[in-house]
Design a binder for this molecule. Structure first.
Ligand code: ISE
Length: 336
């Protein structure tokens, strides 16, 4: 089997992690090019990994004859243009969330992909590949606990850069639980309320952190989410599902428990690269396998659009302090 030659756009925290993953522990794939506005950063990375070229212009990387498939790990505002270029060149793409910045632009991407006649876009909702989340999904789908009634989610980051404003907490962080709720319930979110309690004193002026969101599902089920991106302690993501005949919780982080020096306990990971390292490995490997045969194997552009529609309503809810209905076109109107 020939190797899938991959180019990565954006080699900040996540892109650099993916570069390492593709170059060192993904089979059937080879990292051939990287692009980043910070050319020095891209050059340092490329030099450390054999046979990787730096291509300054991300659109040139997408069009490059040596690049078969693309990972987009640039900031969300750059995604729409880069996704459209991937579609024009017919190149499979794994795009980090959010798909785009709002529902309208995401819908244009879904429509453009549909016109190509094949699925080319997979969205980086990595929780779906985490063995604990996958086990929870299997358990709920088995029906052993009866119908799922509620989800309680906790999503905490140790810290984020100062540029991470209130809307980003919705679009870049809460978006994960938007996808989790849609995926676990197999249902759409019809209404969202994002509450903003009095913020922690450890953030800049005007940043609403933590946030507490409530999703109303079309079926009548509910999900709540605490997102707190300046928690200080470490990275913590949990999900508890409450069903008719039982509950199930994942993300307790119970790995190795030590007893030493008068304390007992385990380690709290610093960030998502550690907590979801295995999920990212599985996600990228499955995407590579699928892309090599002309498909995808994970969250679709439609999932990205649905999440963007919920987050668009979520940002409005945060700003206006009220529940907001999610506006989405019907799937059959776009995809037939
Ligand atoms: C980041 O972009 C991620 O995707 C992480 O999973 C999330 O926890 C974090 O809040 C985001 O900034």
């Amino acid at each position: 089997m020939t190797e899938l030659r991959i180019g990565i756009i954006g080699v900040g925290m996540m892109g650099a992690d993916h570069a390492e993953r593709v170059a060192r522990r993904t089979s059937g794939a080879r990292l051939v090019a990287v692009s980043d506005p910070d050319v020095a950063r891209a050059t340092t990375l490329a030099t450390a990994l054999d046979g990787v070229r730096v291509i300054d212009d991300p659109l040139a990387l997408i069009g490059d004859a040596e690049v078969d498939a693309v990972i987009i790990a640039s900031p969300g505002f750059a995604h729409a243009e880069q996704l459209m270029a991937c579609l024009e060149h017919g190149k499979p793409v794994l795009c980090e969330k959010p798909l785009t910045m709002d529902a309208e632009s995401s819908l244009r991407v879904v429509e453009a992909e549909h016109k190509t006649g094949r699925p080319l876009i997979q969205v980086g909702f990595m929780r779906r590949f985490d063995p604990e989340y996958a086990a929870l999904k299997r358990l709920l789908d088995s029906g052993d606990l009866g119908r799922t009634l509620l989800l309680h989610n906790v999503h905490r980051n140790k810290t984020v850069p100062e540029t991470f404003r209130s809307e980003m907490i919705v679009r870049d962080s809460l978006v994960h639980e938007v996808d989790v709720a849609r995926w676990l319930f197999g249902d759409e979110i019809t209404r969202i309320t994002v509450h903003a309690p009095k913020p922690t004193s450890l953030v800049g002026e005007g940043v609403l952190d933590p946030q507490f969101a409530v999703f109303e599902m079309a079926s009548g089920a509910l999900a709540d989410v605490e997102v707190f991106v300046n928690f200080q302690v470490g990275y913590e993501v949990r999900c508890e599902a409450v069903a008719e005949r039982g509950s199930a919780t994942i993300g307790l982080g119970v790995d190795v428990l030590t007893r030493a020096a008068g304390h007992w306990g385990g380690a709290v990971p610093d960030d998502f690269r550690v907590r979801f390292g295995l999920a990212y490995d599985i996600e990228v490997q499955r995407w590579v396998n699928a892309a090599a045969t002309g498909g995808i194997d994970g969250p679709t552009a439609w999932d990205g659009y649905a999440a963007a529609a919920v987050c668009t309503a979520g940002v409005q809810s945060l700003q206006e302090g009220r529940p907001v209905e999610v506006e989405m076109v019907r799937r059959s109107e776009v995809l037939g």
